[in-house]
Design a protein around this ligand. Structure first.
Ligand SMILES: Nc1ncnc2c1ncn2[C@@H]1O[C@H](COP(=O)(O)OP(=O)(O)OP(=O)(O)O)[C@@H](O)[C@H]1O
Ligand SMILES: [Mg+2]
Length: 358
């Protein structure tokens, strides 16, 4: 096993007019669990297929350790890939399907048996081993496909492209934690593609967020939540996503629709910015508390576990996530943790006004 390094790797399907994946330099560290997260069409599958060798990048080099594999076909890369839909030999038993990748590479019989049974146990397939794969429902077939991806101990990486789409929602949760368990056990480098933030955040050591063919931020789940470096991460991750308010930096102050909200924590050139604050860090208060704004409450959604207080400041919507049943009519909104963005990239933090902060 080795780290997998992309060096200026980019891909265009139309002769360079548009980039499905913009030239990117990035390293997948050996033995870590990654989620590759982004909306449909952002380039996730393109990136994965470049790592596996199904696709040769338009530009750049792919390295497995110190071996340049850019032109090396999939079969010689030692990669296991699991797709969205089951890929199985339907006439074979579950056991033989799981054993196939090992037998194919000449593993001794006893080792094959040990490994097949171990993966089957981890995935809850022990009592299915003798069944013909065709007889399983699509969800179970997909679990067998997953097993085929995980069965080889020596692979450089296991790549999973939205592997749980056809799996029953109730099973998904279990399988995700199983996958994590298996990954800890085998220390495979795992890259798990998804457009579902919950899936990404519960599974990964590190989340790579992709948008429009570009990696916009990478980090552990908590960091993406607490410290979004890009507006896209702010609204793609979180439910609801980060509030983004058009604002202005002038005279050392930050104003939203003419209302002073605070000051930049560090000096910023004057001009327009966007103020980003997650609903979790907006706290309605009875008295002004800096940084924050006065806002007009427009409604409250009772969500059961929490409330969403909707308000308006300078003509822009603002949402606060609060304890259930909290008083809805507080006129001030304190920002416990807010950032400033320019051209969608974070350029600073919002701080309390001198002498008035908490
Ligand atoms: N074979 C292809 N030929 C031409 N364009 C393609 C091809 N495959 C993908 N694209 C385009 O490249 C971009 C990235 O596609 P890709 O399949 O990598 O996205 P994705 O993030 O995997 O999306 P999804 O979540 O829908 O699977 C999209 O604009 C897509 O339309
Ligand atoms: Mg895809």
């Amino acid at each position: 096993m080795a780290e997998i390094r992309l060096e200026g790797v980019g891909h265009s399907y139309d002769g360079g007019r548009t980039w499905a994946l913009r030239p990117t330099t990035w390293t997948w560290a050996d033995g870590r669990a990654y989620a590759l997260l982004g909306p449909s069409g952002c380039g996730k599958t393109t990136l994965l297929n470049i790592v596996s060798g199904l696709l040769t990048p338009t530009v750049g080099r792919v390295w497995f350790g110190d071996r340049d594999v850019t032109g090396v076909p999939t079969a010689r890369r030692d990669i296991a890939q699991v797709f969205q839909f089951p890929v199985l030999y339907e006439e074979m038993s579950v056991y033989d399907n799981l054993a196939f990748p090992l037998r194919n590479r000449g593993h001794p019989k006893a080792a094959v048996d040990e490994r097949v049974r171990r993966v089957a146990r981890l995935l809850g397939l022990e009592d299915q081993l003798g069944r013909r794969s065709r007889r399983l429902d699509p969800g179970r077939q997909q679990i067998v496909s997953l097993g085929r991806g995980l069965v080889r101990p020596e692979v450089a990486a296991v790549l999973l492209d939205e592997p749980l789409t056809v799996v029953d929602p109730a099973l998904k949760w279990t399988l995700r934690s199983k996958l994590k368990e298996i990954q800890r056990d085998t220390r495979h480098t795992l890259v798990y593609v998804t457009h579902d933030q919950t899936e990404a955040l519960t599974f990964a050591d590190e989340v790579v967020v992709l948008n429009e063919g570009r990696i916009v931020q990478t980090g552990p789940p908590a960091e993406l939540f607490l410290s979004p470096a890009h507006e896209f991460v702010g609204h793609f991750i979180g439910s609801p996503g980060m509030n983004v308010l058009p604002a202005e930096v002038a005279d050392g102050l930050v104003r939203v629709g003419g209302v002073v909200a605070g000051r930049p924590a560090r000096e910023l050139p004057p001009g327009p910015v966007r103020l980003g604050v997650r609903p979790e860090f907006v706290r309605p208060t009875a008295r002004p508390l800096s940084p924050g704004v006065a806002a007009r409450v427009t409604g409250v959604d009772r969500m059961g576990s929490h409330d969403l207080v909707r308000a308006e400041v300078g003509g822009h919507p603002l949402v606060a996530r609060t304890e259930p049943g909290a008083a809805p009519a507080e006129p001030y909104f304190h920002f416990e943790r807010a950032f400033l963005f320019r051209d969608e990239v974070r350029c600073g933090e919002l701080a309390a006004l001198e002498g008035s902060g908490p």
